[in-house]
Write a protein that binds this ligand. Structure first.
Ligand SMILES: *Cc1c(COP(=O)(O)O)cnc(C)c1O
Length: 353
């Protein structure tokens, strides 16, 4: 076996995504930050009316129709937009275009675990810089390290905090490499960094339809950057990375802002309620501008609670990682799901060790 793979592939660990139970399994699934509400009815109507002819032909290489729709919604010219098969693909495209052995990939920790996996595939030099306890950005260290690629998730997972735009601006202006701002959770946040792509040609903002638009199964994301930066990224992506169905359904979904905003409003209200209930149980919480909460249980038994909840049919996320061993990441579900979670936690805290 040893000779099949490049040595860095042999050496690296596989990315472990959140558990995805089989469809039909009776479970309350609060482990992957999916939206608890269905996709826009407009998007589902388009899906029902997919024309076989669209599937016979190859799709538009740049996701033309969806790109136009994003352009309209964001007020950004369409040639500033790159479309991806999920935002994960775009993260991978940036890494493949910009990282190699001897080039640095840099990000603050803890954050989205996939950044490390992608950098390992390229055998790039990985520099992880810890966040302080209050999750303020280690700005000076990030600037001094000056990666070929620097990843900042904002809002960040699993902490849920937004990185202030002034910090991102300083970073963009000082870095000689590419600054990727991963805004997967932007739909739940009070601010965003889109303005920076106009100011700095080394900045790419990456967004997804998986969270705010309830379309994780569709696989559709997009990036916004100066066409100079996109030029290099287009060389790297697969020719037909956006399938015709995703393009059509995604177009309807992103055009229906009213529906998305209504779902987001419900989730934010539920987040506030859930946070209050968890605090009442003694959990320590961090302010979240996302559809999840990072929660530290009162008795420091995070892994125990994760396991026990799983036995009760409730999936949340536990990361066995420095700084996170004593915490749980909980996706905000419907009020009913959240209530079941709170009741079960309350029971476990009373009876557990
Ligand atoms: C969910 C998530 C993504 C992945 O989004 P997809 O578009 O589904 O690939 C990217 N970054 C972060 C931080 C996420 O939490």
């Amino acid at each position: 076996m040893t000779n099949y793979f490049r040595s860095n592939i042999d050496a690296m660990a596989s990315y472990v995504p959140g558990e995805q139970p089989q469809r039909g399994t009776k479970i309350i699934k609060l482990n992957s930050n999916e939206n608890p509400y269905p996709p826009s009815p407009d998007a589902l109507a388009v899906l029902r009316n997919i024309d076989g002819e669209w599937l016979r032909r190859y799709p538009e290489p740049l996701g033309g129709e969806f790109r136009q729709a994003v352009s309209k919604v964001l007020g950004v010219p369409s040639d500033w937009i790159i479309v991806g098969n999920g935002s994960d693909e775009l993260l991978s495209v940036v890494i493949r275009a910009c990282a190699e052995p001897g080039r640095k990939v840099v990000y603050p920790m803890p954050t989205y675990v996939l950044y490390r996996t992608l950098a390992e595939m390229q055998a790039a030099e990985i520099i992880e810089i810890p966040y302080s306890n209050d999750y303020s950005l280690p700005l000076e260290e990030l600037i001094v390290t000056d990666g070929s690629v620097t990843f900042i998730a904002s809002p960040n997972s699993p902490s849920g905090h937004v990185v202030p735009i002034d910090d991102l601006r300083k970073l963009a202006s000082q870095l000689s490499g590419v600054l990727v701002i991963d805004e997967a959770y932007v739909d739940f946040a009070e601010e965003n960094a889109l303005a920076l792509v106009e100011e700095y040609e080394n900045v790419i903002i990456i967004r997804t339809l998986s969270k705010g638009y309830s379309l994780a199964g569709l696989r559709l994301g997009f990036g916004v950057a100066n066409p100079k930066l996109l030029h290099g990224l287009f060389k790297v992506k697969d020719s037909y990375n956006i399938d015709a169905i995703a393009c059509a359904v995604g177009t309807a979904a992103i055009t229906d802002q009213t529906y998305k905003n209504a779902c987001v409003a419900k989730i934010k209200a539920s987040r506030i309620k859930l946070a209050k209930d968890l605090k009442q149980l003694g959990f320590h919480l961090w302010d979240s501008q996302t559809n999840f909460l990072l929660a530290q249980p009162p008795q420091g038994n995070a892994e125990y609670l994760y396991q026990k909840l799983k036995e009760q049919g409730i999936l949340i996320r536990y990361f066995k990682q420095p700084g996170l061993e004593d915490k749980l990441r909980i996706t905000v579900g419907t009020d009913e799901q959240n209530q079941t979670l709170v009741k079960t936690l309350s029971y476990l805290l009373r009876t557990g060790e």
